[in-house]
Design a protein around this ligand. Structure first.
Ligand SMILES: [Zn+2]
Length: 647
């Protein structure tokens, strides 16, 4: 990882990137009042638009699901990018040269700009390979594709290419385009010999491996020729761009559909990804030369939208709807172990994990050829939950026709059920297990409880026990005990309360049109100007950011930076909210008026307070205090008169 991007560069990117343009690539936006646009939310299912963008404020917010943020967070969410990746991507688009913080996290050889050069080398290599696929020498490659049912347009769609035989075709091509020896060596496109670098891929069919933004970061290459002594599949080595634990082939093509369908299908090879997509399963991806691991799980989870707050969306029926991760393994134990390992301690993910097994052992590529695209779709549709799959596989190893076999099967499968941390799922599986075994439910429940106690006694994470305790009381991980994050909506009060409504409207105005409010009057508001606690927190953030009169751009962003936790979301919501007045000619007056009304209300409240205090005082015995309080009252009343006169 490179060092942190400098703050001012992040700010420059945020300012130059036009949020309505970036969002507009994913969401069709329509004008909704002055300075506001809306569309269908890409983060939840809806039929009428509640997803709003306010270009001049630079923020978006969905009033349906409560998601919101700036242009960077939008890209992060919609494309499943990390913060740095999103900023780098935007910087490339708007032409901001990023600088990274000195020291600390920067690794040697990862100077800024290096990544860009390596990406360019990969782009050039991908174009070169794709061109070579049309040459006479590549006939063997075209035959390979044709035999698997992939025509020319399929090859083009996936960017499949051909690396010619010989040692220096790509080397010379890239040198001719100005890439240095150092760049070529660290790109992983070359191998290093005694006499210098030479082409890593020779006489092979080549698949470009892209990251989630669509940049080519490496290649996978298949052996075609009899005399090729190398492995059947050869991939890029680890490079600054290519980390096999983190790449998923097909993710660039699948990500939108994965986010939309909240489903990802993990297949085993490049041709399986192609076959799945061409068969109408556009959510398929594959790992490249490695098993599905925790880093892959993280990427996939980000795309299918399993939030760290836990259980996904809770339906009225009580069922939890998260995304689905479907593995198509050839049914062997290695595959299921890989799936179980990948999610490790993160058990709440298991509930979303499914396994799709083709009984004949065919992979999606073979299946599409033998029985057509519908068979591939049927394979995916026939998925079963991972727990069920593991339990059934365990039972298959025993003879359930004998008492001894059933007891042994129960002994082997009870720990699996006891290991399910989701308190809602565990009894359900115990019940199903009883059914499959043909045993009494009580006996199975008891065996599960015993297995749970044994696991605990052996120092494993706390599990089992049939008491209905909350889900996910994790052991060491602790991740799933995290309380759900309070949403801005939970903080915001009932809109029926007129004072709360005025406070809300005033904050909306200050956040959206800071230049139109009376900054001096707003700045003079006391700590107690807002009666709603959440609004008071927003007020504090506004003051910490310098107040509406403060100079400089990125106003709403600065307020967000001063806010903490869920208050950030509330600031975003207020900064994006449609205003009650949205006629262009009336907005300014509305903004000024609503803030003035709040200022007036605050002053009126303080005046009433001082009056009450004066009445409780003894003007003679407490002459000095009385005089001071009286002067304060007069000052407040003068202030109020001045504020009212300004309107
Ligand atoms: Zn939404």
């Amino acid at each position: 990882m490179a060092g942190r991007i400098r703050r001012e560069d992040v700010a420059a990117v945020r300012e130059r990137a036009r949020i309505e343009e970036i969002v507009g690539e994913h969401v069709t936006l329509k004008t909704a009042g002055v300075g506001s646009m809306k569309g269908l939310c890409p983060f939840h299912d809806e039929r009428s638009p509640s997803f709003h963008v306010r270009p001049q404020v630079g923020l978006w917010h969905c009033f349906g699901c409560g998601e919101g943020g700036d242009v960077i967070s939008f890209l992060q969410k919609v494309d499943g990018l990390g913060f740095t990746e999103a900023v780098e991507h935007l910087a490339g688009r708007v032409g901001v040269q990023l600088r990274y913080e000195e020291g600390g996290a920067v690794r040697p050889g990862e100077e800024p700009g290096r990544r860009q050069r390596l990406l360019e080398a990969h782009r050039a290599a991908a174009a070169y390979y794709a061109e070579q696929l049309a040459t006479p020498e590549a006939a063997v490659g075209r035959t390979f594709l044709a035999e698997r049912g992939f025509d020319r347009s399929a090859a083009e769609h996936f960017g499949v290419g051909f690396a010619p035989q010989g040692w220096d075709h790509l080397l010379r091509h890239l040198r001719g385009r100005g890439f240095t020896e150092g760049e070529l060596t660290s790109s992983g496109l070359m191998s290093q010999g005694n006499r210098g670098p030479y082409d890593r891929f020779r006489g092979r069919l080549v698949w470009p491996i892209r990251d989630v933004t669509g940049d080519v970061v490496g290649f996978g290459a298949r052996r075609l020729l009899e005399d090729d002594q190398g492995p059947k599949y050869l991939n890029s080595p680890e490079t600054p761009l290519y980390k096999k634990a983190q790449v998923l082939y097909g993710i660039d093509l699948a990500k939108r559909e994965i986010a939309r369908a909240k489903q990802v299908v993990v297949v085993e090879g490049y041709t399986d990804v192609m076959a799945a997509h061409l068969s109408g399963v556009p959510t398929a991806v594959a790992t490249c030369g490695t098993a599905f691991g925790p880093d892959h799980a993280r990427i996939v989870r980000r795309l299918v939208g399993d939030t760290s707050a836990g259980a996904g969306v809770q339906l009225a029926s009580g069922t939890s709807v998260g995304g689905e991760i479907i593995f198509t393994f050839d049914g062997d134990a290695a595959g299921q172990k890989a799936a179980l390992r990948a999610f490790g301690e993160d058990q709440k993910f298991y509930a979303q994990t499914f396994v799709a097994i083709e009984p004949s052992g065919m992979d999606p590529c073979e299946l599409r050829q033998a029985r057509g695209p519908d068979a591939v779709k049927a394979l995916v549709a026939g998925r079963q939950p991972l727990f069920e799959f593991v339990l059934r596989s365990t039972l298959r190893a025993h003879d359930l026709d004998t008492v001894e076999g059933r007891v042994a099967a129960l002994r082997a499968s009870a720990p699996v059920v006891a290991g399910i941390r989701d308190a809602a799922l565990r009894p359900e599986y115990a019940r199903m297990l009883a059914g499959w075994l043909g045993m009494e439910q009580d006996a199975v429940r008891q065996a599960v409880a015993v297995a749970g106690r044994q696991a605990t006694a052996h120092g494993g994470p706390e599990r089992g026990g049939d008491a209905g305790r909350g889900a996910g009381r994790g052991g060491s991980g602790g991740e799933d005990v995290e309380p759900p994050r309070p949403s801005a909506r939970m903080l915001a009060p009932d809109r029926g309360d007129p004072v709360a409504r005025l406070e809300r409207n005033a904050l909306e105005a200050v956040l959206q049109y800071p230049g139109s409010v009376d900054a001096a009057a707003f700045d003079a508001l006391g700590d107690d100007a807002f009666s709603v606690r959440a609004f008071r927190a927003v007020h504090e953030a506004i003051r910490a950011a310098g107040g509406p009169g403060s100079q400089g751009s990125g106003w709403a962003e600065r307020v967000r930076e001063e806010a903490a936790g869920p208050v950030v979301d509330l600031v975003t919501e207020l900064a994006v909210a449609p205003l009650p007045e949205d006629r262009p000619e009336a907005v300014e007056d509305y903004v000024r008026g609503v803030v003035a009304a709040l200022v007036d209300l605050g002053l009126t409240r303080r005046i009433a307070d001082r009056r009450g205090r004066l009445q409780r005082m003894d003007p003679v015995g407490q002459a000095e205090e009385y005089g001071a309080a009286f002067a304060e009252l007069v000052a407040l009343e003068n202030h109020r008169r001045a504020v009212r006169a300004r309107d």
